[in-house]
Design a protein around this ligand. Structure first.
Ligand SMILES: Cc1ncc(COP(=O)(O)O)c(C=O)c1O
Length: 288
């Protein structure tokens, strides 16, 4: 089946899906995005992603390109036209096309682009044996809660991870605290079994997976502390893991070149992996 993308009201063959050279997303990174997983053609946690999309748009004073009801219809149509059972939906909204000038243009309509891609499931070995992360300086701006398309600092950190055969880069702020990963949220479990992750403030992107996983953890009786942790604390933690829409819950067994805890998948992480897999199954009927 052909790959079809959506560009401002039109369903196009992916190779012909283009935006204007003066789209402000292209010239100024003046836009936001969402990445939503779908299983059995059903979006996982759609309402949480749409709420974050609305918050990101509002933070940048970009108007909604279409109503949320219309967006829902287009998304369903796009998944249908791509003939994919499982995969990822990328949604991008920019301030639109205008002559290049920094202030907001007056009569420009926001631009809406959507693409569908193959699922980015983690490998079975990553799920059961864990992954390595490296650390890198957090060089981003101070509104990381906005899911902005301005991802250059994230790209550079992730490239550094790839260069070091690591799955992810944990971003370290000037004061030594870890904010999150370049494309995921970061967690440690202390030796006393407390789950620690940075609070969802302007220092991190509040992940949808993070929201769900913290809710599941609390329900399972795991003590959760939303507070920043340092690299030093992470190095002496019992367990560590990351979450994101494409990673789900992935154990971190090595930070830089030092093992975390026993260097193996720990009990708290395993429990959360199981609870999260059940969450996916309940919503979409998909079984890992
Ligand atoms: C910087 C950053 N933090 C966290 C996340 C995880 O967010 P979510 O769980 O909504 O995928 C992402 C995902 O793209 C991200 O880019």
């Amino acid at each position: 089946m052909a790959r079809i993308s959506y560009v401002n009201g039109r369903y196009l063959h992916h190779a012909e899906a283009m935006v204007h050279v003066e789209d402000r997303g292209y010239q100024f990174a003046d836009g936001i995005y969402e990445y939503v997983a779908f299983y059995n053609r059903t979006l996982l946690d759609g309402p949480l992603h749409w709420r974050r999309l609305e918050l990101s748009l509002a933070a940048l004073a970009i108007e909604k390109p279409v109503s949320m009801a219309a967006l829902d219809i287009v998304v369903r149509e796009l998944i249908e036209r791509n003939g994919r059972e499982h995969g990822g939906l990328y949604v991008q909204v920019t301030r639109g096309v205008a002559r290049r000038d920094h202030p907001f243009p007056k009569q420009t309509k926001p631009a809406l682009v959507m693409t569908i891609c193959a699922p980015k499931f983690p490998k079975p070995q990553e799920i059961s044996q864990g992954v390595k992360v490296i650390t890198a300086a957090d060089q981003r701006w101070t509104r990381r809660d906005i899911k902005s398309v301005s991802l250059l600092a994230n790209v550079l950190a992730k490239q550094e991870a790839s260069r070091n055969q690591a799955r992810e880069a944990w971003l370290v702020e000037a004061d030594g605290r870890i904010s999150e990963g370049s494309v995921s949220n970061a967690y440690i479990v202390s030796k006393s079994g407390e789950l620690i992750t940075h609070p969802a403030d302007t220092h991190i992107l509040g992940g949808v997976t993070r929201d769900v996983v913290l809710r599941l953890a609390r329900k399972a009786g795991i003590k959760v502390s939303e507070r920043p942790f340092t690299l030093k604390e992470a190095q002496s933690a019992a367990e560590a893991f990351i979450t994101s829409t494409s990673a789900n819950v992935l154990p971190v067994v090595k930070i830089d070149d030092a093992p975390v805890g026993t260097g193996r998948l720990g009990d708290v992480t395993r429990t959360l992996q199981t609870l999260y897999a059940t969450h996916i199954f309940k919503q979409t009927g998909f079984q890992f």
